[in-house]
Design a protein around this ligand. Structure first.
Ligand SMILES: [Ca+2]
Ligand SMILES: [Ca+2]
Length: 575
């Protein structure tokens, strides 16, 4: 007890210059040399402190306690037995934090990304004039598509892709656009479009639309202003001097249109030739003019503002042509130049995939990105560059640090005309091996310009091919009617002045075995319905419980969609 009291007296209270205090004394007389417990000189009294300020060292042990003056505490804190554990703990904490940060970064880096909406489910391409007629005029329309959204959801489709519906003279049914901001009256009104977008989104679906920026119709207001040299529109198209005598045009060079013959046409109003990659009713826009590029961006913004979830940009390889206008080389050098009229007879080194083209496409992407910032509102960009080599097609995926398309559409399977394992294998491996790392594949079974599956490969391969695209990694894309095995129609007897070669796979959707296959209640349809519609239609498929079972969901497609997702995860490391 006496020793305890003595200890309390030496540490709890002490006096300085005759005064007692509560210990909060600025004590300058601590014997620093006595504080080191490891000091041999300290011996058993190593914690002694002269706390009396008398010059007489107090040799009693002193231990740190709450309320001790900080100077005294500092003396203790410097002791190895306190300092070393403290430093060890400090560095352990720092190391733990660094390890945690590194682990977090590593987990984020190696974790598979979540799939976006354009990756998680199939796309369903609709040719709107042939899907469903809502007003008995024999032409499919936007309201018709809206009426059939339940069917589309039953198929477990996630994205509806509607091909061109812009105001058009319909020379080739989708390319001659007269106004990129108007719905062609054949398909309905802008209000119909807005209702369709809302209905699509209500059902949890997404909508992508076609856009072909390369050219307009010659009835477009821009062209009318351009041929009259009106203000900024003067250079909206590609004009060049040319000779025109007695109804014969001598073009500036030997360039050919995709449909054959010269790609230059003399305009009587402007007295110059304008360039057209396709028909003469489709003059090419001058994409070297910044005003034209700006117009196109504004059109993209217009439709994105309407709620469209993405675009399929078509015919992009034709955007730019060489400025020098040199002749393109003939495939057959010995052929007489005047007889070279077919597109395939020239090497198109100066009229497709010119330097700067991808820069323009990437600027489209940047415009779309402005609308992708809201969560869940990512805007999809697909590109169609049919006829390009696989290497050139892959460039549309962009570069490692420059974003371009989410994917170029892969129509190689929809051109396959031999149902052999080797040819299928070659098509698949060609895409997968050429695709840049980390990109997302896609597979199409058909399209408006392709021979239908049944007519191409035979009826028995339809379901196999449909299942194949669902089991491959990537986004499956199908074309209306392919899910029930519709076939090409014969269009030779059409009495209208259509390009019959473009119509064989665009016959009216076969819904049931009623008149006009349930496509239209009108007295006629714009194209004849396929003669097999009594046995090949959506109704039969549902009743046969093979393709469609509305009560239980579409077992076939649900199964394959599930398989598709699982395989996608496995093969691409994405979940
Ligand atoms: Ca109609
Ligand atoms: Ca062009």
């Amino acid at each position: 007890m006496a020793e305890d009291k003595s200890k309390r007296g030496s540490t709890g209270l002490y006096a300085k210059e005759g005064q007692t205090n509560n210990g909060f004394v600025q004590n300058e007389d601590i014997l620093e040399t006595d504080l080191d417990p490891s000091s041999p000189a300290a011996g058993p009294q190593h914690n002694s402190v002269d706390i009396l300020g008398s010059g007489e060292p107090d040799v009693k042990d002193v231990r740190p306690y709450a309320g001790m003056p900080k100077e005294v505490l500092f003396q203790f804190s410097g002791q190895a037995r306190y300092r070393i554990p403290r430093e060890v703990l400090f560095w352990l904490t720092v190391a733990s934090v660094l390890v945690l940060i590194a682990a977090t970064i590593a987990i984020i880096a190696i974790s598979p990304k979540c799939l976006d909406w354009w990756q998680v489910g199939p796309m369903y391409q609709i040719y709107p004039r042939s899907f469903k007629d809502s007003n008995k005029d024999g032409n499919g329309d936007l309201k018709g598509i809206q009426d059939k959204l339940d069917y589309i959801t039953t198929l477990n489709i996630k994205t509806v892709w509607i091909t061109s519906f812009y105001k058009s003279s319909l020379k080739d049914f989708r390319h001659g656009v007269e106004d990129f901001r108007e719905i062609d009256p054949l398909f309905g009104t802008m209000k119909d479009f807005e209702n369709l977008v809302a209905a699509i989104h209500d059902k949890g679906l997404k909508l992508i639309i076609d856009f072909i920026p390369n050219h307009t119709s010659d009835k477009h207001a821009w062209f009318q202003w351009s041929r009259n040299r009106t203000g900024k529109y003067t250079d909206y198209y590609i004009w060049h001097d040319c000779n025109y005598e007695n109804g014969i045009t001598i073009p500036p060079n030997n360039w050919l249109s995709v449909y054959g013959n010269s790609s230059w046409h003399f305009d009587e109003v402007r007295k110059q030739c304008y360039f057209h990659q396709f028909t003469k009713e489709q003059p090419d826009l001058n994409f070297r003019n910044p005003d034209v590029q700006e117009e196109i961006k504004e059109i993209i913004q217009f439709w994105l503002s309407k709620g469209v979830d993405g675009f399929s940009f078509d015919a992009l390889q034709f955007l730019l042509e060489a400025k020098h206008l040199r002749d393109e080389a003939q495939v057959n050098k010995t052929q007489i130049p005047d007889t070279v009229t077919h597109y395939s007879q020239l090497h198109h080194d100066f009229t497709i995939t010119q330097v700067g083209m991808h820069d323009i496409i990437r600027s489209f992407r940047q415009t779309m990105n402005q609308y992708s910032r809201e969560p869940g509102r990512y805007r999809f960009m697909g590109t169609e560059a049919h006829g390009e080599s696989i290497t050139k097609t892959m460039v549309y995926y962009g570069l490692p640090f420059i974003q371009e398309a989410d994917f170029p559409f892969n129509n190689y399977l929809s051109k396959l005309d031999k149902p052999s394992g080797n040819s299928v294998f070659e098509v698949i491996t060609s895409w997968m091996e050429n695709m840049p790392e980390g990109k997302w594949p896609n597979w199409m079974t058909g399209g408006p310009d392709n021979v239908r599956l049944t007519s191409r490969l035979g009826e028995k391969y339809v379901n196999i091919m449909n299942m194949l695209v669902f089991t491959l990694p990537g986004t499956p894309i199908t074309y209306y009617g392919e899910e029930i095995g519709m076939r090409n129609i014969l269009t030779a007897n059409l009495n209208e002045t259509y390009d019959v070669d473009t119509l064989f796979s665009k016959s009216p959707m076969q819904w049931d075995n009623s008149s006009n296959a349930g496509f239209s209640e009108g007295s006629h349809t714009w194209l004849p319905t396929s003669s097999d519609y009594h046995t090949v239609n959506v109704d039969v498929s549902i009743r046969e419980n093979f393709m469609l079972t509305p009560e239980t969901g579409n077992e076939f497609l649900l199964l394959t969609t599930h398989t598709h997702l699982e395989l996608s995860k496995t093969l691409t490391g994405v979940v």
